[in-house]
Design a protein around this ligand. Structure first.
Ligand code: ASP
Length: 433
């Protein structure tokens, strides 16, 4: 097969051409055209992925749970999944904190830039603080209460309630296991057939990914740069060290923590893993959304990594909403960066508080673009750093969102391999394309 016929290359080409188109349209004043005629295709692409996400989670999780055929197996796998998710998240935050304390990017920021940025973004900070305040007023067990829907259709009608559907699917699966016999068998077959249909639809949607990604990238650049490319570049330069710190720490997390996880639990090579999930990573990068990428992550993990369906369809939907190593690492670096830029030195106790709150904040963040920066307000308030400091990092947040989302997705896939392998449910990897 010629290289350019492979899907991941087509996505990369779409991504690069989209970036170039965005830059060009900012330079020659084609922003209106891009926004009217190109941006909508990116929106349609994301909508299609979101459209399929909810049915996919429901159906594949029911198939997953019913194929576990006894409930003790289910609870053991649940415990293992949550434990590995928690450990990798704490390690991610520790790596982020170490990097930001060594590199100290906040101390390189020119005072002038800080001021301009604060003025530019003051209104959107208020919006974000208001959202976070709502989150903060809630009781400690409210997130458990939120997992149990009162009405199935209401839950299924809102993509941000993915965890409620996870709950319903597990309940439905347990019910089917418990009635057993012929009726249960029929239901399992129906869900199984639906599952195959949905996976096929995902494959069809993915055929349009290169065009979708082109449109997403082009519109991202025009939103970021507006008509003043120069100023966007200046901001990017001023915040360069902060971005380098986050990105370096993310890379270390992937190559140290996930590599060690594989060493400890399976004999999968990191290169095999990356080759298999590359399209999901690229899609995470271009959509900045773990939830929108979930259908593709599921498909790659099952078909190409050899993780059995019952494990993948259990571990990944939960991971897409609660396991966000990239987000938690980023929140740790961002919080310390803002403190440094505002001339505040954080004590060890405050940094430990970051570990706790960033873990909670990343669990609470939805798998959608920009969720991480909203929850960052909570981390900042806990360690008493002025939340207005968020203005400093808002300009580059989308770029980091793309990187941290990629790591979030990689983390979910890595944990699914670890769980599958220790459960004896990891087959052969197929690197077909
Ligand atoms: N965009 C991220 C995700 O979907 C969440 C975040 O903003 O950090 O995984």
């Amino acid at each position: 097969m010629k290289w350019y016929k492979k899907l991941h290359w087509q996505i990369i080409i779409g991504l690069v051409l989209g970036l170039l188109w965005g830059l060009m349209s900012s330079l020659v004043g084609l922003n209106e055209f891009t926004s009217d005629y190109i941006k909508p295709f990116g929106t349609i692409f994301i909508s299609m992925l979101k459209l399929i996400a909810m049915p996919l989670v429901l159906v594949s999780l029911v198939v997953g749970v019913t194929s576990l055929n006894d409930t003790t197996q289910l609870s053991r796998m649940g415990f293992k999944t949550v434990a590995i998710y928690a450990i990798t998240t704490v390690l991610a935050i520790t790596i982020g904190l170490t990097a930001v304390n060594i590199i100290q990017p906040g101390k390189t920021l020119p005072a002038e830039t800080t001021k301009t940025l604060q003025e530019t973004y003051s209104s959107s900070i208020e919006d974000r603080s208001a959202t976070a305040n709502l989150v903060q007023e809630r009781g400690p067990l409210d997130f458990v209460v939120d997992m149990v829907p009162q009405n199935f259709f209401e839950a299924a009608g809102n993509n941000s309630r993915m965890l409620q559907i996870v709950f319903v699917a597990i309940l439905l699966g347990i019910g089917i296991i418990q009635i057993g016999g012929k009726k249960a068998q029929t239901l399992v077959e129906v869900f199984d057939a639906f599952n195959d249909v949905i996976i096929r639809i995902v494959e069809l949607i993915m055929l349009t990914a290169p065009y979708g990604v082109f449109a997403l990238m082009a519109s991202l650049i025009i939103d970021l740069a507006g008509d003043d490319l120069g100023q966007a570049m200046e901001l990017l330069y001023a915040l360069g060290w902060y971005c380098i710190t986050v990105i370096m720490a993310l890379i270390i997390h992937v190559f140290v923590v996930y590599a060690s996880l594989f060493k400890a639990t399976s004999n999968m090579k990191l290169s095999t893993f990356f080759k298999a999930i590359r399209p999901a990573m690229l899609l995470g990068f271009s959509t900045s959304s773990s939830s929108a990428t979930l259908p593709v992550t599921l498909e790659r993990v099952e078909k190409n990594l050899g993780v059995e369906e019952e494990v993948a369809s259990f571990v990944l939907p939960i991971g897409a909403t609660v396991n966000m190593d990239g987000t938690s690492l980023y929140q740790a670096v961002a919080a310390v960066f803002i403190a440094q830029a505002l001339g505040m030195d954080l004590s060890i106790a405050q940094q430990l508080m970051i570990v706790l709150t960033a873990t909670a904040a990343s669990i609470g963040a939805a798998g959608v673009p920009g969720a991480g920066i909203v929850m960052l307000v909570i981390v900042l308030e806990t360690i008493q750093v002025p939340t207005a400091g968020i203005a400093l990092i808002l300009g580059v947040d989308r770029i980091l969102d793309m990187c941290r989302t990629t790591v979030n997705i990689t983390g979910d896939a890595a944990v699914s391999v670890a769980v599958a392998s220790t459960e004896g449910r990891l087959g052969e990897a197929h690197l077909d394309d």
